[in-house]
Design a binder for this molecule. Structure first.
Ligand SMILES: *Cc1c(COP(=O)(O)O)cnc(C)c1O
Length: 459
């Protein structure tokens, strides 16, 4: 009898076929003897590693509905593994001819997703280093200026600015986790702001800064706009965003630079971020002695437009293969997967709203749901959130906790005493396409877990 499996393993057969084809591509070479392979020893070590890796939350399973963790698509995993037998380095063409071409193709498709015609960009180790490059270029253009981002922007923006020795300030958020436009304008009027970072999907709640409004302010005050779409970028493809969110995403065609993480919603293994600039001329900052024309030619050398040197060509192969299978088109299969995540988040939000035990925050803009446990005071609610997180985990439902400003919740209406500035609440990032069909099961476990802790605590 075939053993019940939770992990997808069948794709290994396809990988073997592809490896055989790759082997054939090098058949002109004389045979080399493989050294250092003692399969008994390796087997022992690998089995030990497999046992140790069991000490993880089941990120690949729909009942993992906590942090931003989405399993790579099998095609990405296999393409990445296939490339490992060559281990190309996309720093230079000498290190990875084929995978560099694949990277350029994949990045051009990402730029095309935002309606960009010209672009200069490449893959990075992740969103952090991608944002670092974007802010580095902003600082090269205007070294004296101040960079501003919202209080809910990714925490690394302030740290990156510090590394780059650029001035950084954060601006308050509204009650939906988006940059507060009045606060932003007030700060702009004081002068000195040269770059505004718009977050297209905050890491905590998936809130989307009103980029279209920020661009209107740009006309009045003049500054560079960088969009941190590390998390949310791909949502530009879906047709079920709220109208304000849609407007913000449509404005992405008018930013100077943009960061998106294929290893977040793009079905890639970790080690795959992406930074793109709309003006290819920024290439001059990477290599001083290169004329502008060099960078606007179709023949970019990835190693010369990147702050990182060695980079995995395998990441490009994984991304290229995934975009082959699931093109970045509106209403294509890939966009439907994201659409389903968004639907799941709206359904969960509605269920929570109707449930007297919970108090959800604002309507989700993407696919992240946050909710508090109702209690007489915020401190008590925070303790209950911790208890519920642990109890749900015992029942195989893995959620996340978040520490959020109290104004994200209608606490007064809920009759809760606000005895602290932040509230610990539950957070669920419904990134997997399967989450939608698993929602009833997820809610059933959540509900049962909530009953248990309420009984235990006696509220
Ligand atoms: C995840 C994230 C980052 C950081 O990206 P890494 O890939 O984790 O380095 C930056 N900004 C936002 C909005 C993110 O969600």
């Amino acid at each position: 009898m075939k053993r019940y499996r939770v992990l997808e393993i069948d794709s290994l057969d396809v990988l073997r076929k592809a490896l055989t084809r790759l082997d054939g591509e090098f058949r002109a070479l004389p045979r080399s003897t493989s050294r250092g392979i003692s399969s008994k020893k390796i087997e022992k070590i690998l089995l030990e590693a497999a046992k140790l890796l069991g000490d993880n939350y089941p990120y690949f399973h729909p009942l993992y509905a906590g942090q931003m963790l989405k399993p790579p698509h099998p095609v990405a995993r296999m393409a990445y593994a296939l490339a490992m037998w060559i281990n190309p380095n996309n720093h230079a063409l000498d290190g990875g001819r084929a995978s560099s071409a694949m990277e350029k193709e994949a990045v051009a498709e990402i730029a095309g997703m935002f309606g960009w015609k010209a672009h200069l960009g490449h893959l990075t180790g992740g969103g952090t280093i991608a944002n670092l490059e974007a802010l580095w270029v902003a600082g090269q253009i205007q070294p004296q200026g101040t960079i501003v981002a919202s209080e809910q922007a990714h925490y690394t923006h302030s740290r990156i600015s510090n590394v780059l020795r650029l001035k950084f300030e954060s601006v308050a958020c509204d009650s939906k986790g988006r940059i507060d436009l009045d606060a932003l304008e007030k700060r702009l009027a004081q002068g000195g702001v040269t770059t505004v970072v718009a977050t297209m999907g905050t890491t905590a709640t998936g809130s989307v800064d009103p980029l279209h409004e920020i661009l209107t302010l740009k006309n009045r005050y003049g500054f560079r706009v960088h969009a941190d779409a590390a998390y949310g970028g791909y949502f530009t493809l879906v047709d079920n965003l709220d109208s304000e969110t849609r407007k913000a995403f449509n404005a992405l065609s008018n930013v100077a630079s943009l960061v998106i993480d294929p290893h977040k919603h793009g079905l890639q293994p970790y080690g795959c971020g992406c930074v793109i600039f709309q003006d290819p001329a920024v290439g001059k900052f990477y290599k001083h002695d290169s004329p502008y024309t060099y960078f606007s030619s179709g023949d970019l050398h990835l190693g010369e437009i990147s702050l990182e040197c060695s980079r995995p060509g395998a990441a490009a192969v994984g991304l290229w293969a995934t975009q082959r299978l699931l093109p970045l088109s509106r209403n294509g299969e890939f966009s439907k997967l994201l659409r389903s995540s968004r639907r799941a988040s709206l359904t969960l939000h509605e269920k929570l709203k109707k449930d007297g035990r919970f108090l959800p925050a604002f309507r989700p803009e993407l696919d992240i749901v946050v909710w508090a446990v109702r209690a007489s005071r915020v401190s008590e609610s925070s303790q209950l959130a911790h208890a519920l997180f642990a109890e749900a985990g015992k029942n195989q439902l893995h959620l996340a906790l978040a520490e959020l400003p109290t104004n994200f919740f209608q606490l007064h209406e809920a009759g809760m005493v606000v005895d602290q500035n932040t509230i610990t609440c539950l957070r669920s990032v419904l990134m997997k396409p399967e989450h939608r069909e698993w929602l009833d099961r997820i809610y059933e476990i959540l509900s049962r877990s909530a009953d248990r802790i309420v009984k235990r605590v006696g509220v």
